[in-house]
Ligand binder design. Structure first.
Ligand code: SF4
Length: 454
């Protein structure tokens, strides 16, 4: 196909469509920075760009089958939007299921996720010479972390910094180790350079993310806490938060070192997946309920007002009624602060997909029941926060009413907070600011914050 698009990169618009996790978001922003550097106008599909783009980069996710379906739909939508555009499909769906990806219509470039820095030259090659390119390299065991640093994040309050890639765990339901390869970590020197630059450009909160973040440093003789301390040692870094964690890789020493860091945000997203020992075993998770509870209690001993947030799955193959009830009871007993509830979705190529599956009706019923536990836990957590004073980092979106300008933000332990200002307040003076607030009440799943000392 001849792509009679704008004839210079300066006039070209590239649109990024990112599905999935914070690591994918980071990598899309990384690719955007490379295109921007050579003059492209970078837009995000979320922002509903006014005009069709010359290039589309679809960064896919394959954690659930819904991700695959969404990828197909977006591919067709972009092709309809500009029949002459260069469309590149990349990400975990392409890496994990290359043959399925090749069967799809509408792409010009199929690129795996082993290297993000090759996307720009591949696009420029197709823009000039036409044709189709398939570049999907296998992950190897001696693969190194792809050293690329991000200079900025498009319209984001906090900076997500990818420090780890890959996973060696092979939980029985998970396709990620096949899509992302083995654990590899960003060297500390590169991390410090990147975070120092982000802090210098005004980001007050750094969120360290990875595919299996808790495994950070296993290939470098380091631990996650070393990366956290390195970030907290840099000037201008006000807050350091962690992405999703595998619980059993956190030691008491790690927690004590984290508790000694004033910038450390005491929110622990400890991925639980199930509150039933039988199900955890069949998931090939590396802890049981007792171990999870011990780690949670250790965190609560080390931090005054930490939050424990989590992911929990319902409807895992073979899950009995008793195991489901056990899982709900454990989630209640642990008093989780926030819960992301997922319905099990079979992933071709995983061990669990070969097991007898539960009916969609049973899965839906159990998801509803677990969502009730979620709402009760989250309400109970908010009630524990009323009366406390917290540092609230304000987001960039607001709710405007004739009587108030309502800002949304998050405390260090990730309590969602609403703060009301007079309707004529200038939003730009609020975005990204950290305000000391007393939490005085609850509304719509948020605490109500009143600024103190302002
Ligand atoms: S730890 Fe388990 S769930 Fe998480 S990415 Fe690795 S295999 Fe998947």
């Amino acid at each position: 196909m001849i792509h009679n698009n704008a004839d210079s990169s300066a006039a070209r618009q590239v649109c990024f469509v990112t599905l999935g996790c914070k690591v994918n978001l980071y990598e899309s922003d990384l690719m955007a920075a490379q295109f921007a550097k050579v003059g492209y106008t970078c837009v995000d599909r979320e922002d509903k760009p006014e005009k069709p783009s010359d290039v589309y980069i679809i960064n896919s996710c394959t954690v659930t089958s819904t991700g695959d379906k969404k990828t197909r739909q977006i591919l067709h939508r972009c092709r309809r939007e500009n029949p002459n555009a260069v469309i590149a499909l990349t990400g975990c769906f392409v890496q994990a299921f290359p043959d399925k990806a090749k069967e799809l219509d509408g792409w010009d470039i199929l690129c795996g996720n082993t290297q993000r820095k090759i996307m720009l030259p591949l696009v420029e090659q197709v823009l000039t010479a036409g044709g189709k390119i398939v570049q999907i390299d296998e992950h190897t065991n001696d693969e190194k972390f792809e050293s690329l640093q991000i200079p900025f994040f498009a319209h984001k309050t906090r900076a997500f910094v990818k420090i780890e890639d890959g996973c060696n765990r092979f939980c029985s339901y998970c396709i990620i180790p096949y899509a992302r390869g083995r654990v590899r970590s960003k060297p500390i020197t590169e991390l410090k350079t990147e975070v120092a630059q982000l802090a210098a450009s005004g980001y007050q909160e750094i969120v360290l993310v990875g595919i299996n973040l808790s495994s950070y440093g296993q290939d470098l003789g380091l631990r996650l806490i070393d990366a956290v301390e390195a970030c907290c040692s840099l000037p201008g870094v006000k807050r350091v938060r962690l992405g999703s964690l595998e619980p059993e890789l956190l030691t008491h020493q790690d927690l004590e070192r984290m508790a000694a860091l004033p910038q450390f945000c005491p929110q622990f997203h400890l991925s639980l997946q199930s509150g039933s020992d039988g199900v955890l075993k069949r998931m090939n998770r590396h802890y049981d309920k007792a171990e999870y509870a011990r780690i949670v209690n250790d965190i609560r001993d080390c931090f005054e007002n930490a939050s424990i947030t989590t992911d929990i799955m319902t409807g895992f193959p073979g899950e009995t009624d008793e195991e489901h009830i056990e899982s709900m009871q454990f989630a209640k007993d642990i008093k989780l602060s926030q819960m992301h509830v997922f319905e099990y979705s079979p992933r071709e190529g995983t061990a669990a997909a070969k097991l007898p599956q539960l009916s969609p009706q049973i899965k839906a019923k159990r998801t509803d029941e677990m969502l009730t536990v979620k709402h009760e836990n989250e309400q109970a957590f908010l009630e524990t926060q009323v009366g406390t004073v917290g540092q609230v980092l304000l987001e960039s979106h607001f709710i405007e009413t004739p009587v108030s300008l309502r800002a949304e933000g998050y405390t260090c332990n990730y309590t969602p907070v609403y703060i009301d200002f007079s309707p004529d307040t200038d939003k730009d003076t609020l975005k990204g600011r950290i305000l000391t607030c007393k939490l005085t009440g609850i509304a719509n799943g948020h605490a109500i914050g009143v600024p103190v000392n302002e």
